[in-house]
Design a protein around this ligand. Sequence first.
Ligand code: PMV
Length: 328
Amino acid sequence: MTVSSAPGKVYLFGEHAVVYGEPAVPCAIERRARVTVNRREDDRLRVQADDLSLDGFTVEYGGTTDARPDVDVPENLIEAAMGYVDEAIEQVRDVTGDRDAGFDVTIESDIPLGAGLGSSAAVVVAAIDAATRELGVSLETDELAERAYRTEHAVQSGQASRADTFCSATGGAVRVEGEDCRALEAPDLPLVVGFDGGAGDTGELVGGVRGLREQYDFAADTVASIGDLVRQGERALAANDIDELGRLMNFNHGLLSALGVSARSLDSMVWAARDAGATGAKLTGAGGGGCIVALDSTDATETALSFTPGCVESFRAELATEGVKRLQ
Ligand code: PMV
């Protein structure tokens, strides 16, 4: 049996624009997905997910057939647990050369699904790390991040940047621009997260931005402006200038809003955080619903969010300095 965990993340800056080659700065947080893997005698894959912030379920199927299991759970949950794990195991078979490896996989996660906190990337990183180790192969972090990226790329029909997977594999704050991924020096930021209980459809939201960008030059300019803002944000991060980081996060939220990816619930939480004295607040991830991230070293934002209609959970998020963790 092998067990690995990997963290979720928030975007300080740059989601959506990163899809078009602009830089982005995600930051890993101490909310983790833990994946336990046992090798099977046969080549089948059994996935158990008890704790994906939704009802638990177990599915069993042959990885080599197209047969989909008959289980009564929402399609997106099936895809989350099966599509990602299935492709992750394909990467494991490819990188180890063990084409017939079958596994029992158990996923436990305290990262809300599809809410902009990188739940799928964390599951994929932890699954690949645990399953390769179960076969006696230990991947370097860069290779792990690459295999996790290929998994998301395949499952999300090519609509994936390297940001989530690289950040989850390495931990800390990172900078991603196209294929160039690197770690950043980051202070321990006073991050607060608000969650509306919902999820956005990443593919649809990315498609919406793509359409606007093709239709309007000013939408393309907005994407480019997000890139400029990220470069400015990197300087603020290096200087540990929390006030400037907050101003830029506010600006980033406005630009994302202009691109149509915010939502009433996200805007309410962003304003509740600002009214409570947060230095800055923005949506994180694809948008449409899910989470916001704010900067506040006091308890005021977390408390204000807990009383905000539409916010179902608020919590302080510690920076996860360690990415993938080998637990067993
Ligand atoms: O909502 P998340 O955590 O899947 O983040 C999506 C971020 C996008 O920039 C919109 C897409 C991507 O793959 O980078």
